[in-house]
Design a protein around this ligand. Structure first.
Ligand code: AVJ
Length: 320
């Protein structure tokens, strides 16, 4: 019986994370990376977000794969050749990639996430269900740089980056990541989900839902910082904000101080004036022609995309 292989590159160091968070808290304006959303509870709150009526991206992407998955998989295999290596960026529970297995029959599946610990269970199960596919788990924070271990990809790969996670990157950083993904794919292809520009009246509720799940997801970041940094954020002092900036084509999430307050942690503090904000996330929305142009600038060819009836979300395929 085959067993998955696990490779942990650069272990996630809590001390470095705490220093990064502290530096962002002391910056003007104050900001922290959206990666601080994802402690254990934050990951579960994100899963709950994907089930909200207002949060259309997950379900719209799933519908594109459900209705056009055969055509997409055929096109992907035409670019990579049969039995490609499937590289899954931000794999988590590996559920989205697992749905591609019957169509792609990958020779090897390389699941990448910040920590191999997130991948163990899912890969062990996938290995049982797909004994003919080699399973490799890679622990890597590719938000700074995507460099896979040499031995991970040994032929043309399909790099899969679903969910519009690329939306967390400003255009210049997205370009860099797409270039690194092109190198990782060798003579293969990229398959990526991208949330498209749409009216504010649709986007803002997706990030400020009636149940308050996204507000809880945003506020939970403060609890994570309290633990990581030993800070003393009081959640009742903060309000969730989601604002669509049409000029930058992005949803911004912020936490806004309800009154004058000082947050303290060992080795630092930050005063916030009433109404002052802590910026926690950007989620860029693309026009499909702009994203196609970005892929071309990153060196891809044969760019194609599939979308839903409303044109809310797109799945792009491009040859590396
Ligand atoms: C995981 C980055 C795709 O931007 O829609 C959801 C994160 N933030 N609701 C997104 C998120 C608030 C999500 N991504």
């Amino acid at each position: 019986m085959r067993r998955p292989t696990f490779i942990q590159l650069h272990r996630v160091d809590d001390r470095a994370l705490a220093d990064e968070a502290a530096a962002g808290l002391q910056a003007r304006p104050a900001h922290v990376s959206p990666k601080f959303f994802y402690d254990a509870l934050g990951s579960r709150l994100f899963d709950a977000i994907t089930e909200l009526d207002e949060y259309y991206p997950t379900r719209t992407e799933a519908a594109i794969f459900a209705t056009q998955g055969d055509v997409i998989a055929q096109a992907a295999l035409a670019a990579t050749g049969a039995r490609p290596v499937l590289v899954d960026l931000g794999a988590g529970n590996c559920a989205k990639a697992a749905r591609l297995f019957p169509r792609l029959e990958p020779r090897r599946y390389v699941a990448v996430d910040i920590s191999v610990e997130f991948l163990r269970q899912a890969l062990d199960q996938l290995q049982r269900d797909h004994p003919g596919t080699e399973m490799v788990g890679v622990g890597l924070d590719f938000s700074a740089r995507l460099a896979l271990p040499e031995e991970a990809v040994d032929g043309p790969a399909l790099v899969f980056y679903p969910g519009s996670s690329i939306g967390n990157f400003a255009p210049a950083d997205a370009l860099r990541l797409l270039r690194e993904a092109r190198e990782a794919a060798q003579d293969g292809a990229l398959l990526i989900g991208v949330d498209l520009v749409k009216p504010k009246a649709v986007v803002e509720p997706a990030y400020d839902d009636a149940l308050g799940v996204t507000a809880a997801f945003n506020l939970n970041l403060l609890k994570h910082l309290n633990r990581l940094l030993g800070a003393d954020f009081a959640l009742a002092d903060w309000r969730h904000l989601a604002l669509f900036d049409e000029t930058q084509s992005r949803i911004e999430m912020h936490l806004q101080a309800r009154r004058a307050l000082t947050v303290r942690w060992p080795g630092g503090e930050r005063r916030f004036a009433p109404g002052e904000r802590l910026h926690t996330e950007n989620s860029y929305k693309w026009r499909s022609e702009d994203f196609a142009a970005l892929l071309e600038r990153a060196g891809y060819a044969g760019v194609r995309h599939w979308t839903d009836e409303r044109g809310w979300f797109a799945v792009f395929l491009a040859r590396s």
